[in-house]
Ligand binder design. Structure first.
Ligand code: SF4
Length: 624
């Protein structure tokens, strides 16, 4: 087959070796690439009993058949490993140019295991790999490290790095590239830290052959042109070029979707005003900062000149400022943007950070944490300075509260007790993102049943049916009524389809923001066929999505998932809010909906794949 190399770089940090391995076509036909390839390597090499910080844990960085095409959105790539927050297999995706450059080295993926004897970074230069001493970067933040590696190796390298939070094993540490794109959620930055792997630099000149380069070129041009024309027709879409996902504030506020005061309130008028897209653009001086070939252009560069929160860098995305701002009741947009950028430097996932700080604030309000515990900080709701300072303490893993909060709010609440478990808004050890379960029940079902990365809005974004009005008619997601937000009818079926859809997107390696803007699954399947030489249709794509989901479920079971974990959801969402569009709504009936999801998926009553499903998908060899 074409479109991929069929070649993987294996790195053993304990032995200090780098070797190439070839993969049969069938692996790609079954699992495509990206997230699917990461799951495949977990299945192949990482035995039961492996934990996140064990040297046997594999961390895989993988592109897919679309990576590197000159098509808008084809900058995506994925990484996967056993997560230190959920203690299950997890994957995550980013954009920028690391995936494109990695493919140009002549490899589809890099799979790292073992633990180095001292801090190191990996250099993969046009097919040649070398492990190098990272002593001078250890203890430095993620951006300084990226600059340092580029200075040492060459400015044309693409680099991923971790900051101090990754080194110090914060369970929600992320991995960054180009100071603007992040492998967030699930703490894979701490997996790098546990291996003493500070960064990876890649550079390549090799072009992966395509089955039908003329057709691929035609599709790239036709799709890019169509998306640009559609964008121009809808002025409301154009603001994403300046403010990115920050435009979600005005969409989500009237839906009751915002996370306010640790998910206790329905409204926060000063926050809604200050985080409105127009104010964001003005106060943060936001400008487009897109990925290669992208016509949607959601990433933005911000600059705050002067004052205590001066910075120039990544503009916070909706999830970031919603959790660090709305959820802590801080309405100072400059302070929140600054705290988010600090988190990026340390390599802290901003979603978990916002939940953890809000949990600490509620503990403070209820007397579980004192001002003395909090380094003298007054952790009252809305205290911007306290949020900024606490971010530093967590990033540095300062002794005491900073260290504890780096464990995530599940472990922290188990340590502190006094009822604080009831306001720890987490599930399976991972903090919940900025879509309110009360505003559309399908969010609850997504979090409870997700297998790709535990409870994760990104890996089954069924909430987008309502929050972003996404429709995928080719995938069986047609028109919906607004009232269906609070109905379980069809929720299991839609949720299953979204889980498989997200697996396809993250395995083919394409940016899912494009599906909001007129990109179709027919576009995707045609592009995959032109690249690989396959003759797939949408049904083949769906079956592939099902296979990846099933493999992830098999891995969940291998690493210790139990049925009851799906039913241990945060209690906070069972407390109604008394005003706003979601007033009085709580996802009653969720347990039955989870069981319905199992049925739709052809899983048994315990949530495990049935023999019939395994046979239908031809996955007998993967069952344990
Ligand atoms: S929409 Fe955003 S994340 Fe996606 S490719 Fe474009 S700039 Fe990158």
């Amino acid at each position: 087959m074409k479109g991929v190399w069929g070649r993987i770089l294996k790195v053993d940090l304990s032995q200090g070796t780098c070797t190439a391995e070839t993969l049969p076509d069938k692996v790609y036909e079954y699992f495509l690439g990206g997230a699917g390839l990461a799951a495949y390597y977990m299945w192949k090499e990482c035995p039961a009993g492996t934990t996140a910080f064990n040297p046997a844990n594999r961390i895989t960085f993988a592109g897919g058949p679309m990576t590197g095409l000159k098509q808008s959105g084809a900058a995506k790539w994925s990484a996967g490993a056993i997560s230190p927050s959920i203690n299950l297999n997890a994957d995550t995706a980013a954009t920028a140019s690391f995936g494109i450059e990695m493919k140009e080295t002549g490899y589809d993926a890099i799979v790292v295991h073992g633990r180095a004897a001292k801090p190191v970074y990996l250099v993969l230069d046009d097919g040649k790999a070398k492990i190098k001493d990272a002593k001078k970067f250890w203890g430095k933040d993620a951006y300084v490290t990226e600059d340092g590696i580029k200075e040492a190796e060459g400015a044309d390298f693409e680099v991923v790095t971790i900051g101090q939070a990754g080194e110090r094993l914060v369970r929600y540490a992320n991995i960054q590239t180009r100071k603007k794109s992040f492998l967030g959620r699930s703490g894979l930055g701490a997996v790098m830290g546990s291996k003493l792997l500070k960064g990876i630099a890649v550079r390549g000149t090799q072009t992966c052959g395509l089955h039908d380069p003329k057709e691929a070129d035609r599709l790239n041009k036709e799709i890019n042109k169509r998306l640009a024309e559609l964008d121009a027709l809808k002025p409301e879409w154009l603001q994403i070029k300046r403010v990115g996902t920050a435009m979600a504030t005005e969409l989500f506020a009237p839906q009751g979707n915002l996370p306010i005061k640790n998910y206790q309130l329905a409204d926060f008028p000063s926050g809604v005003k200050n985080f409105h897209a127009s104010n964001y653009a003005k106060e943060l001086n936001a400008k487009p900062w897109p990925c290669k070939y992208c016509v949607i252009q959601c990433h933005n560069l911000c600059e705050v000149k002067g004052g205590p929160y001066a910075y120039r860098g990544k503009g916070p995305e909706y999830e970031s400022f919603a959790m660090v701002g709305f959820n802590t009741m801080v309405d100072d947009i400059k302070a929140v943007a600054y705290a988010c950028e600090l988190a990026n430097l340390y390599s802290l996932d901003t979603i978990s950070l916002g939940v953890v700080i809000a949990w600490a604030m509620e503990c403070y309000e209820k007397g579980v944490i004192t001002q003395k515990d909090a380094y003298g900080l007054d952790l009252k709701w809305g205290n911007a300075e306290a949020v900024v300072e606490l971010t530093k303490k967590i990033g540095e893993r300062a002794e005491g509260l900073g260290y504890l909060l780096g464990e995530g709010c599940k472990i922290a609440s188990e340590v502190l007790g006094k009822g604080s478990e009831t306001w720890a808004v987490q599930m399976k050890g991972q903090e919940i993102a900025a879509h309110n379960w009360r505003a559309q029940y399908i969010s609850a079902l997504n979090y409870c049943t997700g297998v790709a990365s535990g409870p994760n809005h990104e890996r089954g974004n069924s909430q987008h049916i309502w929050v972003g009005h996404i429709r995928l008619p080719e995938w069986g997601i047609g028109e919906v009524e607004n009232e269906e937000r609070w109905s379980w009818d069809k929720a299991a079926d839609r949720n299953a389809k979204f889980h498989d859809y997200c697996n396809i997107i993250n395995s083919a390696c394409h940016c899912k923001f494009h599906e909001f803007r007129g990109y179709t699954l027919t576009d995707m399947v045609k592009t995959i066929n032109a690249a690989t030489g396959w003759n797939w249709n949408i049904e083949d794509l769906r079956k592939c999505g099902e296979r990846i989901t099933t493999l992830q479920k098999i891995l969940n079971i291998r690493y210790g998932w139990k049925t009851e974990h799906d039913f241990q959801y945060p209690k906070r969402f069972m407390e109604p809010v008394d005003s706003g569009p979601a007033a009085g709504k709580i996802p009653v009936g969720l347990d039955d909906a989870i069981r319905d999801y199992y049925r739709v998926r052809e899983w048994d009553e315990k949530g495990k794949p049935t023999k019939k499903l395994i046979q239908r998908l031809g996955m007998e060899e993967y069952v344990e």
